[in-house]
Design a protein around this ligand. Structure first.
Ligand code: PBG
Length: 329
């Protein structure tokens, strides 16, 4: 068998048994690579999310046993997403920096009970705005600099509540530097920034918007700040800018359809790159496996391992608990 310049090579020898395959494996997945996103609700709201089977919106007290389970399984951090009732939203997203809001209470409760878990919170206005945009909406546009000012107030509130990592997911220009400066000026230089550096205007966020009840947001307007799926040079520019502005870590989102972006970013930059296996990716795996068309466990673990192979440091996945259980088994 002649294979290029390696006439004597028999690559199958290295795949011939389980121990050999494992001995020669290049990339591995550990529970500590998984970050668990959690939806938080007030007790009046329904917990079920039809487009995300087995994922729930939790009340603040309900979060605590879940976080405890995550820790027990070796997961090191959770990412919180508040679900705000419609009558609590307004055009300016003022709930984002209202003292003692839902996310602040959730952060305090978790850090109060489990100081050893990392808590990540988004910086973006979409849970709080009546129009569902990540920023303000003025005369039909999402203004950049006015939005950044509000995001700084939101970031500060979440830092005060005890959040360890702030994750700006809004894609406004210059927000990383502005948030970094605000945090530093108020004594929160220890709070890290994970920028959603390359966040695409993706249809794979659909189930997340069901979960947050923000599905009414004008998707064309989101395209004025989230990136065009056809671009990768622009992703590298965005990430470079965010790092220069003070991002400690960077996120690429969505995940699987954007592995090339993760790979290129991991090769190009010397900061940890995180991937987000988004709600639509989770829903696809669930839908196919619930139909008996795919095996959920093995497809999940394969997709998570592929993020590691592409160069991701860690992965946000709604199946983090399940994945960690499989890894620990
Ligand atoms: C909001 C935000 C979104 C997601 C995370 N943060 C949705 C959006 O930008 O519209 C999507 C996550 C997912 O689909 O799992 N800033």
């Amino acid at each position: 068998m002649i294979v290029g310049d390696f006439p004597f090579a028999r690559p199958r020898r290295l795949r011939s048994s389980g121990w050999m395959r494992e001995m020669c494996q290049e990339h591995f997945l550990k529970p500590s690579h998984l970050i668990l996103p959690l939806f938080v609700r007030e007790k009046e709201m329904d917990g079920d999310i039809p487009s995300m089977p087995q994922i729930k919106r939790f009340t603040v007290p309900e979060l605590l046993p879940v976080v405890h389970e995550a820790l027990t399984l070796g997961i090191k951090s959770v990412a919180l997403f508040p679900v705000i009732a419609g009558d609590q939203r307004d055009a300016k997203g003022e709930g984002a920096f209202r003292e003692d809001n839902l996310i602040s209470r959730a952060i305090r409760a978790i850090k109060g009970s489990f100081p050893e878990i990392g808590v990540i919170a988004d910086v973006a206005l979409d849970p709080y705005t009546s129009h569902g945009q990540d920023g303000l909406l003025i005369h039909g546009r999402v203004p950049n600099d006015e939005t950044v000012e509000v995001l700084c107030a939101q970031a500060l509130l979440q830092a005060r509540a005890g959040c360890d990592i702030l994750a700006p997911s809004d894609m406004m220009d210059g927000r990383i530097m502005a948030i970094r400066k605000t945090l530093d000026d108020h004594g929160f230089d220890h709070v890290a920034l994970m920028s959603y550096g390359a966040k695409y205007a993706s249809s794979f966020y659909g189930p997340f918007r069901d979960a947050l009840k923000t599905d009414g947001a004008d998707k064309n307007l989101k395209k004025t700040y989230q990136m065009n799926p056809g671009n990768i040079k622009e992703a590298l520019k965005e990430i470079a800018m965010d790092i220069r502005e003070g991002a400690d870590m960077v996120m690429v989102k969505p995940g699987l359809p954007y592995l090339d972006v993760i790979s290129k970013a991991a090769q190009t930059f010397h900061v940890p790159i995180f991937a987000y296996q988004v709600s639509g990716e989770y829903a696809m795996l669930k839908a196919a496996s619930n139909n008996g068309w795919l095996d959920f466990d093995s497809c999940l673990m394969e997709s998570l391992l592929c993020f590691k192979r592409a160069g991701a440091q860690g992965i946000f996945t709604y199946a983090a608990l399940h994945g960690a259980k499989i890894l620990n088994a």
